[in-house]
Design a protein around this ligand. Structure first.
Ligand SMILES: Nc1nc2c(c(=O)[nH]1)N[C@H]1C(S)=C(S)[C@@H](COP(=O)(O)OP(=O)(O)OC[C@H]3O[C@@H](n4cnc5c(=O)[nH]c(N)nc54)[C@H](O)[C@@H]3O)O[C@H]1N2
Ligand SMILES: Nc1nc2c(c(=O)[nH]1)N[C@H]1C(S)=C(S)[C@@H](COP(=O)(O)OP(=O)(O)OC[C@H]3O[C@@H](n4cnc5c(=O)[nH]c(N)nc54)[C@H](O)[C@@H]3O)O[C@H]1N2
Ligand code: SF4
Ligand SMILES: [Mo]
Length: 702
């Protein structure tokens, strides 16, 4: 029996915690994972771990996980060989594009794509050959407004200023619950300790959330806000900063601030109060507290991104940091300088160069809003989508109006899924191609090093041998590209492995050069606990990618959206607004098949304030019917004083009781899907991002 200790970053969420994984090899038997713990020698995560990491072994050993290509024949699934699978895809997609044009094939890329570097480096090797404008991803049910505001203000969608949590005196959090999510667009392992450290050094944490979340519960102050009302609150804050002379000069070159000041002069706290349900006096006081702190940072995340004015919210977050002198300043918001720098190596992006066929939604960076995916399949006419490729995504559970999407998937001529499971989405595929598991693959975080609260870097080797006949995700894309190029006569350039690409990126980056070879994959292999490259520093000035190298405080597209905001009305008094919720033992839609994470009492109930239950004659624990414009579900309701009256909270990613799903444990505790209620027509119209929060619903007895 041989035991081996491995060190590796967890890839499951954005916190990238260092893990120590013990494997045991017994003569003649397969190597087993015998323990997973936090790695105290990782200077970034300092031993932090959450329950999901321990489930890495369950993913590895899950009997429901697919190990070979599966072809659907009627209602049956049959294994087929890789070469036959690649040839089939090439033939079907080639024929569909020849008959109906390039845009007849759509693509949807899901969240694990950014956690798996081979998908980052190689999915376009194949998908790029398709030359379709119908590209979609989870970005437009998530952080698209953040990319768009950075693109418009700083000239690059990835110049995302990150809260300098370790040095700030005042952290204002809107629409983020890092105690459950472990941080997002703020890679911050061990976030609870880092937030408490702000308080320990005499600083303050303020949380704005329609639910008294886990993070709100440890904050110095929590303000309830009406879902979707954050833009009003943020206007009130910015207005106060101008009005009361609380601004501070920025060292950055800025253009357009006078225009902003004038454009928002009507959005006083007094005028905004009824829209956000925060008293005007509290808005003013919050602005004063923020401005009084030496180092302060305003941070907005998922909850303010996925709402009707998501881009305005993120623009306002940037402006509040800017006008108080906290943008690009230690203790404020800072851009990272990652070892592999995608800002340096990619163009800034583009926006609205083309629009979706049916409802004219704008592209961003070559992708269209996923809320428009189903209508592109269901609406007949030239350019109708007839085939779909999903990559590491489960849009039936994760995008608005999942039932409508199911109907659309059912009518496709061909569907390919690159995925590990037969789940709510992939059950519609004709062919599923499963990759190796994460632990069978090496790992570099191309994405989350870019969003980390310190500059860090690590490269980890695979822990388990690649099973015979298995392919990594990137190899699947190479196989698909070769087959498709051969079939269609398209030119295909040679490629190199992901690790080689990272090596080039490291050597071209800030921390390595060709002569010293300071940082390379080889040096990172020698540092299995990762390398700390130091705290974040001011760097935005020279990195600005706007045409005139100045911060654009008043982008025309954003100012034009102020009129839409001005038409906003306070919601009706008897309306309930639905918001989402995350739990530390769950991860979007795909981690409910592991007993150790779902055991115990269910965590997918609807939360509702006791007064709202009473006024509808409902009681705690009862099954209720929740309905919206697009559909209805049944769930159990729990009375919760954490909720703002008038607001209900339901986590997404549940709803596993659909026929044909082959995930035994998940189907045994299915819950209901929040996205059977969210509305594909409720959008941040500027960016096209889905407004998943603030969905009007009715709740009644079943
Ligand atoms: N109502 C509501 N809806 C939401 C949200 C919300 O808060 N509320 N959140 C939104 C957000 S932020 C996001 S990011 C999206 C997520 O939406 P999606 O990305 O569409 O969904 P996931 O649940 O992450 O599904 C991941 C899929 O990838 C597969 N998978 C996992 N690992 C791998 C791998 O290594 N390789 C391959 N090929 N496949 C893999 C899984 O089996 C699963 O099918 O959901 C969004 N939807
Ligand atoms: N355990 C776990 N961790 C995860 C994930 C997971 O599913 N589970 N998903 C990962 C992904 S893909 C992402 S994008 C990140 C997201 O990470 P976060 O952005 O931290 O997302 P949430 O934890 O959903 O927190 C969003 C908060 O916004 C609040 N909210 C809802 N509507 C509004 C509103 O209108 N205004 C305001 N001010 N607040 C509102 C909700 O009550 C909630 O507390 O988490 C990542 N980490
Ligand atoms: S918080 Fe949990 S899931 Fe996220 S990286 Fe750390 S151990 Fe993994
Ligand atoms: Mo996300």
């Amino acid at each position: 029996m041989t035991k081996t200790l491995h060190h590796r970053a967890c890839h499951l969420c954005e916190a990238i915690c260092g893990l120590t994984i013990e494997t045991t090899a017994v003569d003649g038997a397969a190597v087993q994972i015998t323990s997973i713990k936090g790695d105290p020698q990782d200077s970034f995560s300092r031993g932090h771990i959450c329950p999901k990491a321990v489930a890495l072994q369950d993913i590895q050993n899950d009997p429901d996980r697919l190990h070979q290509p599966m072809l659907r024949v009627g209602n049956e699934w049959q294994p087929i060989e890789w070469d036959a699978a690649f040839a089939l895809v090439a033939e079907r997609l080639g024929a569909i594009q020849e008959l109906h044009g390039q845009n007849a094939v759509a693509v949807y890329q899901g969240n694990p794509s950014v956690h798996n570097y081979g998908l980052m480096t190689h999915s376009n090797y194949f998908l790029g050959l398709l030359k379709t404008r119908n590209r979609f991803s989870a970005t437009s049910v998530d952080q698209l407004p953040q990319h768009l505001s950075s693109y418009l203000m700083y000239g690059h969608g990835l110049l995302l200023p990150i809260p300098d949590i370790d040095h700030t005196d005042f952290m204002l959090i809107l629409g983020g619950n890092p105690l459950a999510s472990n941080g997002s667009i703020m890679t911050v392992p061990d976030v609870e300790k880092r937030l408490k450290a702000i308080q320990a050094r005499g600083g303050k944490v303020v949380v704005v959330d329609p639910r008294r979340s886990e993070t709100a519960a440890i904050a110095d102050q929590h303000l309830f806000v009406r879902p979707g009302g954050d833009a009003a609150l943020l206007f009130g804050l910015l207005n106060t900063l101008f009005d009361e002379g609380l601004t501070r000069e920025s060292h950055l070159p800025v253009e357009g601030l006078d225009e902003v000041r004038q454009a928002i002069s009507r959005f006083t706290p007094e005028a905004m109060s009824s829209l956000c349900a925060v008293p005007a006096g509290q808005i003013r006081q919050l602005a004063r507290d923020f401005a009084a702190a030496d180092k302060a940072v305003c941070y907005g995340r998922m909850g303010v991104s996925t709402q009707s004015f998501g881009t305005l919210c993120h623009w306002l977050v940037q402006l509040i940091n800017l006008v108080t002198g906290n943008l690009d300043r230690v203790g404020g918001a800072l851009c990272t300088e990652p070892a592999v720098d995608l800002v340096a190596s990619t163009s800034g992006g583009h926006f609205n160069r083309w629009q979706s066929r049916v409802s004219g939604r704008p592209e961003y960076g070559g992708e269209l809003p996923v809320s428009a995916l189903a209508e592109e399949m269901l609406t007949e006419g030239e350019g109708q989508v007839r085939a779909l490729i999903t990559v590491a995504g489960n849009p039936v559970l994760s995008t608005p109006n999942g039932r409508q999407l199911e109907q659309a998937l059912d009518g496709l001529d061909f569907m390919l899924s690159i995925d590990l499971y037969i789940n709510e989405t992939t059950r519609y595929a004709d062919l599923i191609l499963p990759s190796t598991s994460a632990l069978e693959n090496d790992h570099y975080d191309t994405t989350f090093n870019m969003f980390a609260v310190r500059n860090v870097s690590r490269f980890n080797r695979a822990i388990l041998a690649k099973p015979e006949g298995a392919l990594h995700d990137w190899e699947i894309f190479v196989g698909l590209a070769q087959a498709f190029a051969a079939k269609t006569g398209k030119e295909l350039k040679p490629t190199i492995a992901p690790a080689q690409m990272i090596d080039r990126g490291l050597r071209a980056g800030l921390y390595g050069d060709a002569s010293t070879h300071q940082l390379s994959v080889a040096t990172l292999f020698d540092h299995p606990h990762g390398i700390d490259l130091g705290p974040l520093n001011a760097n935005l000035g020279p990195r600005l990618k706007t045409a005139n190298q100045r911060v654009q405080a008043a982008p025309a597209a954003i100012l034009a959206d102020l009129e839409r905001f001005a038409a906003l009305q306070a919601p009706l008094a008897d309306e309930l607004l639905m918001i989402g919720r995350r739990h530390v033992r769950s991860n979007n839609s795909w981690m409910h098949n592991y007993h150790r994470l779902v055991k115990g009492k269910p965590r997918h109930q609807l939360l509702m304030h006791p007064d709202d239950l009473a006024s509808r004659g409902l009681s705690d624990g009862q099954r209720v019917r929740v309905s919206s414009r697009v559909g209805a579900i049944e769930v159990e309701v729990l009375a919760s004083v954490e909720m703002m009256p008038g607001v209900v909270s339901l986590p997404h990613g549940w709803g596993h009781a659909r026929p044909g799903v082959q995930m035994g444990i998940a189907s045994g505790q299915p819950g209901a899907s929040a996205n059977d209620l969210t509305d594909e027509r409720q959008l941040d119209e500027l960016s096209g991002n889905a407004a998943l929060n603030g969905v009007p619903v009715k709740v009644a007895a079943t």
